[in-house]
Design a binder for this molecule. Structure first.
Ligand SMILES: [Zn+2]
Length: 142
């Protein structure tokens, strides 16, 4: 083995307190920093680095999952815009940063990484509440 361990492959275990939903092709967790309310991470169950390397059926199913989660986040947080960021420079395992964005933010309309911000850490109860809220919104979709 030459490649270092992949932190995203462990994330469902290491961030167990932030779990929202296990979908068919992906896992959904809340991002620990909630400076952007509702900021989630959706990552593939399968370790893969690029969308084009997935089987077509998996890729299409994955895109449906991304879209479903975005719809649930929109219902929960009523943002002005949903952001979808799939970079993988730091952690090359397909994962989306799904971020509700608001015109009232200091960083609007720039990307979330355009300047540093103070991380917002919630209490265990607040994390659980927010995860449950998103989980319920996902379940209510048709
Ligand atoms: Zn991985």
């Amino acid at each position: 083995m030459t490649s270092p361990p992949c932190p995203m492959c462990d994330r469902w275990q290491s961030d167990a307190d932030l779990r929202i939903a296990e979908l068919e092709h992906s896992y959904l967790i809340l991002n620990r920093d909630q400076f952007f309310p509702g900021y989630c991470l959706l990552f593939t169950k399968q370790h893969q680095t690029e969308l084009f390397l997935l089987d077509k059926e998996v890729r299409q199913g994955l895109m449906e999952e991304v879209s479903r989660v975005a719809q649930a986040l929109a219902a929960c947080f009523q943002p002005d815009k949903l952001n979808y960021e799939l970079l993988g420079n730091m952690v090359p395992h397909i994962h989306w940063h799904l971020v509700p964005r608001f015109r009232s933010e200091p960083l609007w309309p720039r990307p979330i990484w355009s300047e540093p911000h103070q991380e917002l850490v919630l209490s265990a109860d607040q994390y659980r509440q927010r995860c449950d809220q998103i989980h319920r919104a996902l379940a209510e979709e048709v």
